[in-house]
Structures are given as C-alpha cells and as structure tokens.
Design a binder for this molecule. Structure first.
Ligand code: PGA
Length: 256
C-alpha cells in the first residue's frame, strides 16, 4: 500500500502542556484509539520538556511522538538548541520543521529548514516540513510562487516518501478559525503533489493544517491529495482530536 493511502493525523501542541495534564491527555487519547479500529497513523508533537515523560505512554498506545523543532547540528556549543539525535534519544520518531510560527517569530529561513531536515533524516527521524503563504501573499496572488520557493528551498535531496511528510498550512488560517475554500485546498494540494513529483518522482503524504476541527475534518480529508491533517488547538482536547481522527477514515485512495 502506498504511504499516501494511510492518513497521518498529527497534533501540534505548541507551547501547551504541563506534566500532569499532558499525561491525562495522552492516556485519554490512547484509550479512545484502542476502543475503535485504527485506520491511520496518529502522532503528537508536545513541547520538548514532555517528550521523555510521554514516550513510554505513546509507545503503549501506538501514538507517534515528535519534537516541534530541532537544530541542524548533532551536538556542540549551541546553547538552547536540541539536536535530532537527542529527540531520537527522548523517544521521538518525528520532528516538525519550518512551522510558520518558527519562520515568523524566530526568523527561520527555508535554508535553515533544509539543513535541519537533512540532519534529522541522518538521525532516522521522519520530518514533517511545513509550508504556507501569508495573507499578504494570498492577496497579491503569490501563493503558488511562494509555495514553490518553499518546496525547492526547504526540502533536501535526502527526502523520501518514507522519511518526509509535507504540511500545507496557510499562515492566515492558523488559529484564526478561517480556512481556505475546498476548491482552494484542492488546487493547492494538486500543485504541491505535482511540484514534488518532478524532482522526487514519488508521491509524498501532504497534510492540510490551519483551523482544522471535527466539524470540517471530513470534508477536507476527502479532497484528493490531502493525506492527513496537522491539528493545533483542536488536538489539545482528547474527545475533539479523536473525532478528527475518526474523520480520517474517509480519505480517498489515489494511485499517485
Ligand atoms: P490550528 O493550528 O489548528 O490551531 O489552527 C495548526 C498549526 O499551527 O499547526
């Protein structure tokens, strides 16, 4: 079965979660997942402080675990940074890279994302690389140009459908309750799919992210070349996140 046929539902916790509430959330999520048939990969991206604590629970419930960022060196004098091998050591299989909050608040460039992804692949992590346009780009008709640039500059040659997942997150849709129209998501996911096929010759899983909730998850996941969802706010509540995961069973299987 191609990887694109298995939906990937990810919860980006951002800077939320203290130990006791995080454990409650993971256990509630795990029990919910155990009580129904599994039809997709599920992963959470908690803050770095929680990774080691949560890893054994994630393993027990077959929930993937990822860091929200990493540095592009393996070790050394880089105060405050965390390397991919450290994420591995803490029990992670994934790392989120190039999220728009890192690109805007920490001035992270696509070149930096590229370097981080390369080191993460070397460490054996699966990278979830985020791309997306701002409202200004959208209003100036630059969406596809910006996405193409981010694809070319952020994704290293070490990327394969097995070690890389792309997340399309329009910046203006993150945490705002606004989403693109279904027609816009359709057009953009086709564009990303085709842009990746040229250099890599294989289809990658492409997630949609930005104000996903249980109320819109199904109509989004049914779109061609939407292979999963990256969920922020709505992943912080187990019941709501479980409803979104359930919607993923409506994914459409496509040949490429
Ligand atoms: P949101 O965030 O679902 O709260 O809009 C998504 C994200 O930033 O990954």
């Amino acid at each position: 079965m191609p990887t694109t046929a298995i939906p990937f539902i990810a919860g980006n916790w951002k800077m939320h979660g203290l130990k006791s509430e995080a454990l409650d959330l993971v256990v509630a999520l795990g029990k919910g997942l155990q009580s129904s048939e599994r039809h997709c990969d599920v992963a959470i991206f908690p803050p770095a402080t929680l990774l080691s604590t949560l890893s054994e629970f994630c393993q027990q419930y077959t929930i993937g675990l990822g860091g929200q960022d990493c540095f592009y060196e393996e070790r050394g004098a880089f105060t405050g940074d965390i390397s991919p091998i450290m994420l591995k050591d803490a029990g992670c299989q994934y790392v989120l890279l190039g999220h728009s909050e890192r690109r805007s608040l920490h001035e992270e460039t696509s070149i930096a994302v590229h370097k981080k992804a390369k080191t993460a692949h070397k460490a054996g992590l699966i990278t979830v690389i985020c791309i997306g346009e701002t409202l200004e780009h959208k209003e100036n008709g630059q969406t596809l140009t910006v996405l193409q640039e981010q694809i070319v500059e952020s994704i290293p040659k070490t990327a394969t459908p097995g070690n890389t997942i792309i997340a399309y997150e329009p910046v203006w849709a993150i945490g705002t309750g606004k989403t693109p129209s279904l027609a816009e998501i359709t057009e953009i996911h086709h564009f990303i799919h085709d842009s990746l096929l040229k250099p890599f010759e294989k289809p990658f899983r492409i997630l949609y992210g930005g104000s996903v909730k249980s109320g819109n998850a199904r109509e989004i996941i049914e779109i061609e070349h939407v292979n999963g969802l990256l969920v922020g706010g709505a992943s912080l509540e187990a019941e709501e996140f479980l409803r979104i995961i359930k919607a993923a069973k409506h994914i459409k299987e496509h040949s490429s």
